[in-house]
Design a protein around this ligand. Structure first.
Ligand SMILES: C[S@@+](CC[C@H](N)C(=O)[O-])C[C@H]1O[C@@H](n2cnc3c(N)ncnc32)[C@H](O)[C@@H]1O
Length: 231
C-alpha cells in the first residue's frame, strides 16, 4: 500500500484499517521467525546435551566398598524436576540420580563407624537431602552457606546461596577450635554446579589427618580419593 502524500485526501476508515493491518503483518512475521529460530536452537542444544549425558554415563562404575573413610564430601547430581525442560534448554549438563537412587548408595559401607559427612544441597532439595543423610546412617548436625557472586532465578526467591550440610555417624571428634571455619563462604559462581575450591581447604583444615573421599567429583584432588563419572 503506497504512503499518502501531503495534501492527499484524508484516508477513509477502511483505508486506515488496511494500513494498520499491513503494519501488523511485518512485526508478526518477524516474531514468528524468531520463535521458530529459538525453538530450533533449543532442540539442537537439547540433542547435544542428551548425547553428552550418554557419553558421561558410559564412565559409570559402582562405588567400591573396599576402603573405609572417616570423611566423605558429596555433591549429588540432583534431578531438577522443577525445570520445564520441554520449553527451556536449562537443565543439568550431566546424568542425574533420583532421590531413591541417591539413598541407595552404599555410603554406610564406605565409612568408618565414626565419620563426618559434608553434603551439598540447594534450598529446595533440603528435605530430600536430610532423608539421604539418614538413609546413609548419618545424623544432621549443622550447615554452612555458600553465598554466590551471581544471583540466579527462583519461583519464590531469587537464589544466591547453596547449603553444605554437615552430618555425623557415631562419635567423630570435633575439629580443633582454631580449625573451625566460619559458617558462611563467600566465593564466586563459576561453571554449572562447580563448587568453590575453598571447601577442600576448609575440610582439610578441619580434619587434616583423616582419609577423605569425594563422591560425584569432577576432578581429582591430591590427598583425596575421588569417585565420579566426569573425572
Ligand atoms: C553436581 S555435579 C558435581 C560437581 C562438582 N562438585 C564440581 O564442583 O565440579 C555431579 C556429578 O556427578 C556425576 N554423576 C552423575 N551420576 C553419576 C553416577 N552414577 N556415578 C558417578 N558419577 C555420577 C555427574 O556426571 C556430575 O559430574
Amino acid at each position: 500500500m503506497s504512503r499518502p502524500r501531503i495534501f492527499d485526501k484524508p484516508l477513509t476508515a477502511t483505508e486506515r484499517q488496511q494500513r494498520w493491518r499491513a503494519k501488523q503483518k511485518h512485526p508478526k512475521t518477524v516474531i514468528k521467525k524468531a520463535r521458530s529460530l529459538l525453538k530450533q536452537q533449543g532442540q539442537t542444544k537439547r540433542a547435544a546435551r542428551r548425547t553428552r549425558i550418554v557419553e558421561i554415563a558410559k564412565n559409570n562404575v559402582p562405588l567400591s566398598t573396599n576402603q573405609l573413610y572417616p570423611v566423605v564430601y558429596v555433591d549429588p547430581p540432583w534431578e531438577m524436576n522443577n525445570y520445564p525442560t520441554q520449553f527451556f534448554s536449562r537443565a543439568v549438563p550431566y546424568p542425574t540420580l533420583t532421590d531413591d537412587e541417591l539413598c541407595a548408595l552404599p555410603v554406610a559401607a564406605i565409612t568408618t563407624p565414626d565419620a563426618i559427612l559434608f553434603i551439598w544441597t540447594t534450598a529446595p532439595k533440603l528435605p530430600q537431602c536430610l532423608c539421604i543423610i539418614t538413609s546413609w546412617g548419618f545424623e544432621y548436625v549443622t550447615c554452612m552457606a555458600w553465598v554466590k557472586s551471581r544471583i540466579s532465578c527462583g519461583w519464590w526467591v531469587r537464589n544466591q546461596h547453596e547449603l553444605l550440610l554437615i552430618a555425623r555417624k557415631g562419635n567423630p571428634p570435633y575439629p580443633e577450635p582454631a580449625d573451625r571455619p566460619p559458617s558462611v563462604i563467600h566465593a564466586p559462581t563459576r561453571k554449572h554446579s562447580q563448587k568453590p575450591d575453598e571447601v577442600y581447604k576448609i575440610i582439610e583444615k578441619m580434619y587434616p589427618e583423616f582419609p577423605k573421599i569425594e563422591l560425584f567429583a569432577r576432578k581429582a584432588r591430591d590427598g583425596w580419593d575421588s569417585w565420579g563419572n566426569e573425572i
